[in-house]
Design a protein. Structure first.
Length: 459
């Protein structure tokens, strides 16, 4: 797909989210760029409801899917979803207050999708089942599903992924074998295409769980890479995306389909895979959860034959939030008033009609702090990565000392240098790997960006 489409060297995401008559648009998942067109199928991981399970989307706010649906598209969501369930006004904090044994509360369908099949959260978070539309798949009323709180998991001898667990509902749990989640999800997406192709245009959001932990590739793909099960999951994803491509070709709609392959954040590192050569962030500083580029730059590959020059690359900044207005524009749809207020239409850029930057800045969030990208500059009003790479309490994570990376504020053993500045400034044009904090050399730039950072944060 990358060979026949467009790539963006660095598409920035934030951690938390046929063109004419019958264009199909699929957002994908696994990559590393700020923005680039791609060949695999699109899968965007949904924005995560930080610490809660209540639904993030307001009922009266247009979404990418609802706008397509209102313009005659069939809309389907397949895979993991992290936008929560239930009304946003509810002050809910735990999964056990959702009744998983009856019709599910407000969720994916209310975001504008006609069809949903996938995991209610990430596959390491309970309940460990599939949901289809508004019900748990395979649920036996005589064997109800129960949620176990994290504090009780260890005492019960259950697998501990840090989010609690689910028990009971034997048939429902068996219907979601962890090694086959993405295969089953792919099958469902293909079924959807088979049903609507040639009858009406469609928009699909496909969000694979791999290579997120737990990393369990199907038996068919184990040993197919040189980077353990992590690499095997990537090989597996490539295969499944190929199946989707074949389905589009079978129905004769491939050339009238815009496909976007991207990720919601940079990759996280795992000790065993790092030792086997994992370099998922292509040497960029940091990893998932960080505001350093390793956490923010993601792959972005786009394919649209006849519209996007094959093998092309764009340099200007693109953000994941821009997908909505860009996709609508590709389909000839005018964005409704108030829809995607922070998104920018990048269609002219990715189709090669313009080389001018549409987006010049981006406010970025890590788990402990924020940063501002402005042109070639990145300003961080904190020390460290604002994520697990330099977070002392993240003892479970692969941190700075183990990554073998270089940053002027840190010693090789991962300790912060005594004379390290309190804030950070990097020029990505001259130092894409953020090896040198130049805030002392460019105080005027830092001062200007600090003012802009404050303005944006006040919104």
């Amino acid at each position: 797909m990358a060979q026949n489409g467009l790539k963006r060297q660095t598409l920035t995401g934030w951690q938390r989210k046929g063109c004419a008559q019958r264009m199909r648009i699929q957002p994908p998942r696994f990559a590393r760029h700020h923005a680039s067109p791609s060949f695999p199928v699109a899968t965007t991981t949904a924005i995560r409801a930080a610490g809660t399970v209540r639904h993030l989307s307001k009922a009266d706010r247009p979404t990418i899917a609802s706008v397509f649906r209102d313009n005659g598209y069939a809309t389907g969501y397949f895979g993991k979803v992290h936008t929560g369930w239930g009304e946003p006004s509810e002050d809910r904090k735990h999964r056990q207050d959702i009744d998983w044994n009856s019709e599910l509360p407000r969720g994916v369908l209310e975001m504008g999708f006609d069809k949903y099949f996938g995991t209610p959260f990430s596959h390491n978070e309970p309940p460990y089942v599939f949901a289809e539309d508004r019900h748990v798949v395979g649920l036996d009323p005589a064997d109800p599903l129960k949620i176990v709180l994290q504090k009780d998991v260890k005492a019960m001898g259950l697998m501990n992924w840090g989010w609690g667990a689910s028990i009971g509902a034997k048939k429902a749990h068996e219907a979601r074998p962890v090694k086959e989640i993405d295969r089953i999800v792919t099958d469902k997406a293909i079924e959807f295409i088979d049903q609507v192709a040639g009858k009406q245009p469609f928009f699909i959001n496909l969000a694979y769980v791999a290579p997120h932990v737990p990393t369990y590739p199907s038996e068919q793909f184990r040993g197919t890479s040189k980077v353990g099960w992590y690499g095997d999951c990537v090989e597996q994803m490539d295969w499944y995306i190929g199946r989707l491509i074949q389905t589009l070709e079978k129905h004769g709609v491939m050339d009238n389909t815009l496909i976007i392959f991207t990720s919601d954040n940079g990759a996280i590192f795992h000790k065993e895979y790092l030792e086997q050569g994992q370099d998922s962030n292509l040497g960029l500083l940091g990893q998932k959860t960080d505001v350093w580029e390793g956490g923010m730059q993601v792959p972005f590959i786009v394919r649209w034959p006849g519209h996007i020059p094959a093998g092309s690359t764009v340099e200007p900044l693109i953000a994941l939030m821009d997908i909505s207005k860009t996709a609508w524009a590709a389909a000839g749809i005018t964005a409704p008033e108030g829809a995607s207020p922070d998104a920018l239409n990048q269609l002219d850029l990715i189709t090669g009609k313009s080389t001018d930057a549409v987006r010049t800045e981006l406010y970025m969030t890590g788990i402990t702090g924020q940063a501002l990208r402005s042109g070639d500059w990145v300003y961080i009003p904190h020390q460290g990565s604002c994520g697990i790479t330099t977070l002392e309490s993240a003892t479970w994570a692969v941190r700075y000392a183990a990554l073998g990376q270089t940053n002027s504020d840190y010693n090789a053993d991962g300790t912060l240098k005594a004379d390290a500045p309190k804030k950070q400034l990097y020029n990505l044009r001259t130092d894409p790997r953020q090896s040198t904090n130049v805030i002392r050399e460019h105080p005027e730039v830092a001062e200007e960006l600090a003012k802009r950072f404050t303005e944006i944060r006040k919104r």
